[in-house]
Design a protein around this ligand. Structure first.
Ligand code: GLU
Length: 284
């Protein structure tokens, strides 16, 4: 090879290595592999909670476990907030791969999305001020102001079954409901017991109590886009493994520890990881 050819070769090599370097620097996705986008709640301590860059709660731990079984490391997870009212749309639009966000399996929701699981069964309950002795059950809500979150199943249950003359205030998130309860704007907050226990513990300043008399069965599923049966069976296998190897118990204990919450032992952990055949949310 003559000197000119050598020089050309060296120049080409330099350009190639520069391009490779630049490529590495800009595309972090390439180095850390593909991503998986998971919808969770950001405002439910102990269930789905975001504090700075830290994500915690039982749903988040289930999400991490499932993602790992699907081949995704923690670094490959992209978390996305999935408020109650937006869950179906997020799945339908393909904005998330799946949703783990205290998402009850219901017949209406099953018309537009599919569910893996169930992975947990909660029950709807009430959160009230500790010094309020006037509300002992859902029936005492007539004439009272009740806070709930838009897009959740909770408000309608109260209206239909317990207190026709309750005043319902629908806010966008649970933190807002707790603020309204502490300030006296509302008299009670209703949603699932596991969520209320976490809120009372983390946000209640000792001023709030959960009644502890759940009146529905909330069967939590993992929402996926309608028809994605392959993903459903992979997630169900991961859930079964999570229960079998003890990780499910560990995650639930660490998420609910100190809150005074005891999950319903008869319903948990769910034994049948196939939402198609599971009980739907049953109103008692
Ligand atoms: N589990 C109920 C639901 O899916 C209430 C909790 C929530 O809004 O996430 O609607």
């Amino acid at each position: 090879m003559n000197r000119v050819a050598k020089k050309i070769l060296a120049a080409v090599a330099a350009v190639v290595s520069l391009a490779t370097l630049t490529g590495c620097g800009t595309s972090s996705a390439e180095t850390s592999g593909p991503k998986i986008t998971i919808g969770i709640k950001y405002d439910q301590p102990g269930v789905g909670y975001k504090e700075g860059d830290n994500y915690s709660g039982f749903d988040v731990d289930v999400a991490r476990y499932v993602a790992k079984q699907l081949g995704y490391s923690e670094k490959q997870i992209v978390w996305k907030e999935a408020p109650s009212a937006q869950r179906e749309a997020l799945l339908q639009n393909g904005d998330v791969d799946f949703i783990i966000a205290s998402y009850s399996i219901t017949a209406d929701r099953k018309k537009v999305v599919d569910f893996a699981g169930p992975y947990f069964v909660a029950g709807q309950d009430l959160l009230v001020r500790s010094d309020d002795t006037s509300i002992k059950s859902a029936k005492d809500l007539n004439g009272k102001n009740l806070c709930t979150v838009s897009g959740s199943t909770s408000a309608q249950v109260i209206k239909d079954n317990f207190a026709k003359s309750v005043q319902i205030m629908e806010l966008s998130g649970y933190a807002e409901c707790v603020t309204a309860l502490i300030s006296g704007t509302v008299d009670a907050v209703t949603t699932d017991d596991i969520i209320l226990a976490g809120l009372a513990h983390a946000k209640g300043n000792g001023l709030l109590k959960v009644l502890g008399q759940p009146f529905t069965k909330e069967t939590y599923g993992i929402g996926v886009k309608k028809g994605d049966t392959q993903l459903i069976s992979k997630i169900n296998a991961a859930l079964k493994k999570m229960v079998d190897d003890g990780s499910w118990n560990k995650a639930l204990d660490s998420a609910t520890g100190g809150t005074g919450y005891t999950p319903n032992k008869e319903w948990n952990p769910p034994k049948n990881f196939d939402a198609e055949n599971s009980d739907e949310t049953v109103r008692q």
